[in-house]
Design a protein around this ligand. Structure first.
Ligand code: 6A9
Length: 789
């Protein structure tokens, strides 16, 4: 009985939250406590939408489609690479009160702007302005349908007010958090002072079982029975939501869906470009409103905030002072703005599993306010990405960094583990294939949030009297018990058998199916590690992350007057260059390296399929690729030259006078190894795994392409080694200038040429590749331009 009891209580631990008081009070994001941040563009997964920072927010959003273009329906809503837009993203966004986004569709551009206004008790008002312009290349003015919607998410109610000749004129609603409110749809005009344009109106009043169904519901309600008949022009049938459809007969709606149905209202306006439309949200508790935030007033507010944004951007990053061109500065503002405008507020439960669970468990419900790597492909939180995001955001607004970090640490469990990829809520879940959903508690991810904390501490100590210093201290005090457990978790679950060595858990298990079993947990997915995962393995990148983490733990503990000697000692041991060399220096490679059960003699080959004599081969299953091992593995250095070998340098652990630094600088600058005109490639061109596929379906990822987060660390390290005395100081400075210029120029050029910032860059051509827009860590380009590290 005892054994069983133990087992079941162990089984619950993975889904049991840490007992220390939360960093954030329950109501910390409420309209009462944080009114200025209540409403926001916290739905990064849609092209344009807003919600509040609350678990079950009323959401608002925009879908659109081009009329009369082709037979198929081009409905745009969630950010999809498949939509093939020429570019989209926030050009300006202060993370707080306003934003300006440009969306370039095939033959027209939508500018989507919002401005918030404080007042009342429920987060205030806001106004949207959508401006549509046709591209100069298109011969005919496109007719576009904008579909504005509001939806409740099991909480609150919405009521449509249909007016004659105007469709849905307004929506009124109520929810506990928002009180009473009204959303007004203004008529389209050509400019703020011009007359109303000819337009057709349609609306849909229905219910939804969940927010992930909104696109489908609209798609399924579309009908071609409506006629567009402008005063001067031909009559044509157009596509519109059909307001007469009874809400419960949509064939895709699953009648067994047990979820509570929530109100979903859509207002469609069909109008020819150019036009401008405004939508107002007004909170009933806002009594002293001086005027409506529309038309000229809206223009003035926008202009004022844009000017403030420009001034603050220059104050913060100083790019004009440094001589960057207007176009480069605009690019840089777009990079920052899309990271800020891509911040999401997610709520829901992770699916987690430990060795003690036969089946995955649901994690407790939780909230996450976080930046996301990519609004299209990965619009959710990733643990190690977030540390990089906050390096940039902390320069703009340290409060954002404190709040995001607090949210992440409030998701820690009693063991000290934080799920690496946060897939919270049905909307997020609907974007992730099943096999990626479950998060396992053996698995780590680099503790990069310590980089962000380091920045906050430096800001504090450089100006202890600054207005943000007190909040930072208070924040660190509440964070500390959780940080201790987090740090301990790495030190107990990710260590190796040799003292002071570390090993990533969670490597791929079916070793015969992969050229090299992946290590997703390290963040460097398919970067080559020991060919045969074993307990003897040790990873140099994790060793360095722990050296960094222990150092920051010591600083925080010192700052708070907490015991810090143990952290200092750990930091000293892990930073000991002799120990590091003993564990990780490979004489053969002349570089730092992982160690483990390894052989280089592996390749992928067609599996042999037995075909009986006389039988046609195609009657048998196609042979798949499997790994063949030509020489048995043995314990040795892995000897892959690339990002992992740079870590003692990247995280400033190597002493400035270490001759090993010379090796590292030489390998970095060698075009046959890591150097390219566009940044450092992830794996040396001379490595046997360079640009090798891992399976027939798995293209090389961290085996050559250029990644901006690691390049940022490299530029930052070069800056560091060029500023401390040492024999390689000048070499470091020269490399610093070259590398920084290469990266900045290429990310910028790709943006101009393609309209996007990208997940990675091709090491031969510099071309952006992978997911886009990727204004996660690739946006660190801004800090390189600003030379702020
Ligand atoms: C798979 C896809 C429709 C991979 O930026 C997030 C992460 C990084 O943390 C990691 O270091 N990216 C990097 O190697 C993207 C990971 C996406 C995994 C999700 C499901 C479904 O999308």
């Amino acid at each position: 009985f005892y054994a069983l009891y133990m087992r079941s209580s162990l089984a619950k631990r993975v889904a049991t939250l840490h007992p220390s008081p939360r960093v954030l009070d329950d109501n910390s994001t409420s309209a009462e406590v944080s009114p200025e941040r209540f409403w926001g563009s916290y739905r990064p997964q849609v092209y344009f939408g807003m919600k509040t920072r609350s678990p079950k927010s009323i959401v608002t959003g925009l879908m659109w489609m081009r009329q009369f273009s082709s037979m198929d329906v081009n409905l745009r809503h969630t950010c999809e690479q498949g939509d093939g837009l020429q570019g989209y993203g926030w050009l300006m966004h202060d993370g707080l009160s306003f934003g300006v986004q440009e969306v370039r569709d095939k033959d027209f551009t939508l500018t989507t702007e919002f401005v918030k206004r404080r007042g009342g008790d429920h987060g205030g008002d806001w106004t949207w302005r959508i401006t549509a312009k046709q591209h100069s290349s298109s011969r005919q003015a496109p007719v576009i349908s904008l579909m504005f919607y509001a939806a409740a998410d099991t909480q609150g109610s919405l009521e449509a007010h249909v007016e004659e000749k105007k469709g849905l004129g307004s929506i009124t609603g109520f929810s506990e958090e928002l009180g009473h409110f009204k959303i007004t749809f203004r008529k389209p005009v050509t400019g703020e002072l011009s007359n109303v344009k000819y337009a057709c109106y349609n609306n849909l009043q229905t219910v939804t079982p969940g927010l992930e169904r909104l696109t489908d519901i609209v798609k399924n309600s579309l009908s071609r029975r409506f006629v567009y008949s402008p005063p001067s022009g031909e009559k044509r049938h157009y596509i519109a939501v059909d307001g007469y459809k009874p809400p419960h007969q949509q064939h895709q709606q699953n009648p067994d869906d047990p979820r509570k149905k929530s109100d979903f209202l859509v207002h469609q306006v069909t109008v020819e470009t150019p036009f401008q439309i405004e939508v107002l949200f007004e909170s009933a508790s806002f009594h002293s409103r001086p005027n409506q935030l529309v038309g000229v007033t809206m223009t003035e507010e926008l202009e004022r905030r844009k000017a403030e944004f420009d001034a603050r951007f220059e104050r913060t990053f100083g790019l004009e002072r440094k001589g960057f061109s207007q176009a480069q500065v605009r690019f840089s503002k777009a990079a920052l703005s899309n990271m800020l405008g891509g911040m999401g507020y997610f709520y829901g439960q992770s699916v987690v599993q430990s060795a003690y669970n036969e089946y995955p468990l649901l994690y407790p419900e939780g909230a996450l306010f976080t930046a996301v790597p990519s609004r299209s492909f990965f619009p959710r939180g990733f643990l190690w990405d977030e540390g990089f995001h906050q390096l940039l955001l902390s320069k703009w607004d340290p409060q954002v960094t404190r709040e995001a970090t607090a949210h992440w640490l409030d998701l820690i469990n009693v063991e000290g583990w934080i799920p690496r990829e946060q897939i919270l809520g049905d909307e997020a879940r609907s974007k992730v294939p099943g096999e990626f959903v479950v998060q396992r508690n053996e698995n780590a991810n680099p503790p990069t949030l310590f980089l962000a904390l380091q920045e906050l501490i430096e800001q504090h100590s450089s100006d202890p009297d600054a207005p943000t210093s007190l909040p930072t201290l208070a924040f660190l005090r509440r964070l500390f018990p959780r940080l201790k457990t987090w740090f301990e978790w790495y030190n107990t679950t990710q260590t190796g058998p040799v003292p002071n060595s570390y090993r990533w858990r969670g490597r791929d298990k079916d070793t015969n199916l992969f050229l090299n079993p992946k290590t997703l947990t390290s963040g460097l997915d398919d970067y080559p590690r020991a060919s045969h995962p074993s307990r003897e393995e040790r990873h140099v990148d994790l060793h360095c992350w722990m050296a960094l983490a222990s150092g920051i733990m010591a600083s925080i503990a010192r700052l708070l007057g907490e015991p810090h000697v143990d952290y200092e000692q750990t930091h000293q041991v892990l930073s000991d260059n002799d120990l590091l060399s003993e564990l990780h220096w490979s004489d053969q490679l002349g570089a730092f390296s992982d160690y483990g059960n390894h052989t280089q003699a592996v390749s992928l080959q067609q599996e042999k399929v037995y075909v009986p004599p006389g039988q046609p081969r195609h009657h048998y299953a196609a042979a798949r690729l499997v790994r063949s091992v030509r020489r048995a593995p043995k314990l040795q250095h892995v000897n892959a030259l690339g990002y992992v070998s740079l870590f003692p340098f990247l995280l400033h652990i190597l002493h400035a006078d270490s001759p090993k630094l010379e090796h590292i600088l030489r390998d970095m600058r060698d075009p046959d190894k890591l150097w390219t005109p566009y940044g450092l490639r992830s794996l040396s061109r001379t490595d046997p795994m360079y640009m090798k596929r891992n399976t027939e379906h798995d293209a090389p990822y961290w085996r050559g392409p250029i990644w901006i987060n690691i390049n940022y660390l490299a530029v930052r390290a070069l800056n560091h080694y060029s500023s401390v005395e040492g024999p390689y100081q000048e070499k470091a400075e020269a490399l610093y200038n070259e590398l920084r210029t290469n990266i900045v120029n290429n990310v910028y050029r790709q943006y101009v040429e393609t309209g996007y910032i990208w997940e990675q860059y091709n090491d031969n051509t510099g071309r952006g590749q992978g997911s886009h827009p990727f204004t996660g860590w690739s946006a660190l380009t801004v800090l390189m331009m600003a030379e702020q590290y």
